[in-house]
Design a protein around this ligand. Structure first.
Ligand code: ZN
Length: 282
């Protein structure tokens, strides 16, 4: 494993310091294919080991430092404006999001603010201020949820709050009426609590199988301006997305590897891996 990481790092270092990465980025920009990303986090904590939903506090701080120094981080509102507009986005444009209202998100919000990085936190309105444990967290040490006071503190730090339904429901399993309730009530509750408009909606679970495209109009009828998946890769501004993709944020051991991933310079490696059947692709 260590040998594999070493080889990967060497490859990244050669690619970057030989100038190949910069060239690849310039070419992508020239053909109008600079990758934009919306990153999806869940937990930033040292209470449990890193996993598919968890990054460590140390890693997260390094990540913030990298993004401040080398990326163009915008609010979700600005990101949507860019994706739906006609202007050419700046290279390395990134937006940051969090799902599921874990309490450690408040600490992450402070770190983000320290580095002047805006983010949007999607909360399931029913679980804020409760000790609800998500089914996938059964057996893990208890991780508290945000309270409404803490959600308001996140807003005061300059971040946005979005809706993640009322009950973190898999909308693909609900009736039209239930779906409407989850969309409308969560928006109403969050807006009452934070006294700001809630413009964005993120699908719980967020996979293709959790989203009924034919029910998409319900999202906009409820008053949301855009909605986001939990799958997908880079955002291509030339495509008009009904649902804007987000990238679940894997914890790269090396920041160089992360930088290359976010610049799209590893895409050809991923497609090669897919082609030869190695599916372990971030
Ligand atoms: Zn979620």
């Amino acid at each position: 494993m260590a040998a594999k990481a070493f080889v990967k790092n060497c490859y990244c270092a050669v690619w970057k310091y030989s100038g190949a990465m910069a060239l690849q980025e310039r070419l992508a920009r020239w053909v109008g294919r600079s990758p934009l990303s919306i990153l999806l986090f869940h937990r930033v904590t040292d209470a449990i080991p890193p996993d598919g939903l968890t990054v460590t506090t140390r890693w997260f701080r390094s990540f913030c430092r990298l993004l401040r120094a080398k990326f163009h981080v915008v609010s979700l509102g600005e990101f949507v404006r860019i994706v739906r507009g006609t202007e050419k986005p700046l290279p390395r444009t990134v937006a940051i999001t969090f799902d599921d209202c874990y309490r450690d998100n408040l600490d992450a919000a402070h770190v983000l603010a320290e580095y002047r990085l805006p983010a949007c936190f999607f909360v399931p309105s029913q679980y804020v201020g409760t000790d609800h444990v998500f089914e996938w967290d059964q057996g893990l040490p208890r991780m508290p949820n945000l309270t409404w006071d803490e959600v308001r503190a996140i807003v005061r730090l300059g971040h946005e709050i979005g809706s993640h339904t009322v009950s973190h429901a898999d909308l693909a399993t609900l009736s039209v009426e239930q779906t409407r309730y989850e969309l409308v009530e969560s928006k109403k509750t969050i807006e009452e609590q934070i006294q700001r408009p809630v413009r964005w909606f993120a699908y719980p679970y967020g996979g293709r199988e959790n989203i009924h495209l034919e029910r998409l109009p319900l999202v906009f009828e409820a008053g949301y301006e855009a909605c986001f998946s939990g799958y997908g890769g880079f955002v291509d501004p030339r495509l008009r997305y009904p649902i804007i993709p987000r990238q679940p944020m894997p914890q790269f051991r090396s920041l160089l590897n992360l930088e290359m991933h976010l610049t799209g310079c590893l895409d050809w490696v991923y497609s090669l891996k897919r082609r030869v059947g190695i599916i372990a692709v971030p």
